[in-house]
Every structure is written in C-alpha cells, then in structure tokens.
Design a protein around this ligand. Sequence first.
Ligand code: SF4
Length: 534
Amino acid sequence: MSKNDNETFNDPLDSTDELVSKAVPPGVDRRTFLMRSAVIGATAVITGRVISAQEQVQRATAAAPALDPKLNVVQKGKGPVMTLLDEFYKVGPGPSSSHTIGPMRITYDFYQRATKLPADKLAKATALKVHLFGSLSATGKGHGTERAALAGLVGKEPATVDPLFLDSLRDKPDQVFPVKLGDKSIDVSLKDIVYDATKGDFKHPNTMTAKLMAGNEVVLEQEYYSVGGGFIEWKGYTPPKKNPPKYPYATMKELRAHADNNKLTIAQVILANEMSISGKSEAEVFAFVDKITNAMIATVKSGLKAPEDDVLPGPIKLHSKAATVYRRAMDEPYQADRGIGALSAYALAASEENGRGHLVITAPTGGSAGVMPALVYGLGEGGRKLPAEKIRMGMLAAAAIGFLCKHHATLSAAEGGCQAEIGVASAMAAALTASTHDASSRVVENAAESALEHHLGMTCDPVAGYVQVPCIERCAFGAVKAWTAYAIASNEIETRHKVNFDECVQALAQTAKDMNSKYKETSEAGLAVSVVLC
Ligand code: SF4
C-alpha cells in the first residue's frame, strides 16, 4: 500500500488489522532513601565526581526520620476496594507526585484555608511563608519543589495551572506575585519558600509548614505531609468518612461476578460504587472523569507542540522526540506503521511533558504518565474518534485495574520496580481500550491481565535519577503493549485465556517483594549504571 492510495491519513488508529499481524538499609524510610540516592547520583553526574555506592548509602540515610505510625499512609487497607477516582487520578506538575504534586496541593490547601479567615485577621496579615523539611528540603531543588509550592500559594490549582506559569517561575525566579486574601494583598516570591532543616524529628520525611504572618505574630499555621503519590495529610488529619460500596469487591473475580450477575459492565459497577462510597451523583462523577480525560488530552497536545529540537531539563540533555516521531510516522506508507508510530508519539509527548515539569495525570504515577493519555487521545480525537461517553466509561474500567493493583500489590516503583508503574499503566490502558470497544467483562480482564503479565519483572533504573531514560520511551512501549493486549484479548477465544487477572496481580506483588532493591528507583543498577553521560 502506498502513500498515494485512497486511504485517509487522518485516523492513524483506524484499523487494527495490521497492528495485530542499592539495598535500602533496615529501619530507613524507603522513599526518602530512594529520592536522595537519585539526587546524589544526579549530582555526581553534574559535578563529574564519582560517589561510591557505600557513600551514596551513607548520604542517603543520613537524615531519614522514621514515619509516625499515626499517619494514615502507614495504615494498611483491608476488606473491599474503597479507593475513589479523585484519590487515584490526580493532576499536577511533574516530575514527582510526592515532591511537586503533593507540595502544590499542600500550598493550595493552605491558600484556601487562609482565604476563609475572618476579615479582621486578614487585615493585619503581612506575609506568607512556606518551610520545606526533611527529604523535601534535601532533594526538592532538583525537582522544582519550590516552584510548585509557590504556584499553589498564589492560588494556582494543581489540576489547572498553566504549564507556562511554572516555566516562568524557573526562567524568571525573581518575580513577585500579589496574593489576594479578602481585602488584603500580600506579595510573595520564591524567597518565601524556604529550604529548611533536612534533619530533625519530623512526622514524615516530606514535611512542610505553611504560615500566614502578621509581623512576628503567626495568624495561621499548618504542618503538612506529602505522603506519596500526590496524597497529602496534615497534623490532626483524619481520613474522610466513606460509605459502603454498592458492589463490594476485593478481587477481579468478585468484580466480574457483580458485573455479570447484574448485567452490568465493569465500568458500570465502578460507577455505582463511586456514587455510593462518595455520595456523588452520576453527573458529578462524570464531570470529574471528563476533567481528567481532558487533562490527558492536553498533555499529549502540549507535548506534540514542543519544538522538535527541544531539550528536556536536567543533566541528561535529552532531546524531545515526540513531534519528530509523529511527523515521520505520518509519512509512513502503511496504516499499521502510522498507527503504532502515532500511538508511540502520543505517549512520548505526554511523558516528555512530565520530564519538563508540566502538568501530568497520575495514572497511576508521574513516571507512567504517558501511557493512558496515549490511548485516551488515540481512541478519541487523535485517531479512532470514539465518542467521549465511551472513553469516559473506559476510564472507569481502567481505574478498576489500578485500584486492584493498589489493593493487593503496589503502584510504587520504590516498592516494586517499573512493573508497578508502566506495567499497571499498560494494564489500565488495555482495559480502557477493551471497554471502549464494548468488550465483555472477561475480555476487559484478559486484556488487562495480558498487558500486566508482559511487564512482570520490569525494573526501575532511571539514568541520573531523572524520570527520562528509560521512562519516556517506556511509556510508548506500555501504550503499544496495551493495544497488543487488547488485540489478542478481543480476537482469542476468551474462555481459553489461561491466566486470570488476580493471579497476575499476585505475581506482581511477589515479584515486587523478591526484586533486588537496586532495581527499585535507586539509580544504582541497570541503565543508571551502564549509561555514561558526558
Ligand atoms: S523506570 Fe522507574 S522512574 Fe522510570 S517510569 Fe519506570 S518506574 Fe518510573
């Protein structure tokens, strides 16, 4: 088939026919250790100084405080899946859910609290101050934590902040912003975000305080914790009360039984549970899902628009490739090549946005933030042009996969390597794809299982500790594997599929447990060691 055939070039995903042809020491908080190891590794690259593995361990453990057992994050969930969509899909600036999305959510929360103070208190306020402690102070500069924190403090919502605003904070760090609190206007700048003590008796390694001051007097103060995955807590935090789910399930077997016995799809069961647990109406749930899908589409479009000679921030000096791959893929004579090329380019585009510190969606994490957007865009306006309603329900089916992996295994590379991030993202995307094509619940399960199965054992070893190599291309592979998983699941005899999803998640958890910790986001092995930067 040649470029000159009558075939349209507008829908690169139009046909599937051709597509089918270092150990963490005991007693040390893992996340803190891993973040520090990564930054120490990056520092070594920048300075050219060799830092021994032993010294890296010593430096990474030097100031790691123990987790307070009262924090909700350390309490393990039992019983049926209770995770809500807005706890799972979060929008915020990359590259790190704990060091950028969490801090921005924290300062935005404080900004909102401050706006609700009585007028007489606001009238005497003179300054806003944020202090970063522990790991946020030790490694925040490499992640742009101060920019994310300032953006929230000036009232920018993590989910809707303009990426250009975040870029401008990096390019013009001396900018001053008026923050309107009632009738009062208070000037803030990056100088008001203070990198404070790295060592101390903190409740959590990622501790922050936010203060509204009137001279030396504290008008409002709150201590916060960025507890991972963009989740935040604060001193005195109690988890929100939840109602029982309409269809309680703890496994895919139970979830599918609800779907099949009630003649529902998996997505419809998730919708019913979301409404009963949260008390939200169907319209409210859909409004949230639409916000997330629109944000995913925006990350792909924004990434594709980046100049072809763009270089991502950081010591790797990695050239952006999404736009080039897309442009060249569109010149391919074969439909299948255009489809795979376009899908890969969409994933590269969203993942490169994460590398730039622009907005990403945790689905399930920042590192894997290219996978789901690639399918959402490719199934919608970037290719197949399926109706928004189908993609909306697909997002619910995808969430079910993420919920189950979170419930029984992990979504964190620090605990399970890349199989827990890209692997889960690919399984979610496979379920999304199957759901949008009205597949049976069994095919949705089979597609997700297949995608996850073929990521089992995948390690995490980002070069120089930056979420770029192998992460960006890995998102493209996760997206294509999701499509392949759907292609197989929808064409095989569904009842002959041998491995069920619950068995695969068990294997994910066991592999995570057994994986050598050097391959869990430490930059101490694999590509992080074999790739030499100059
Ligand atoms: S290699 Fe590690 S940091 Fe990169 S995407 Fe995979 S899990 Fe995330």
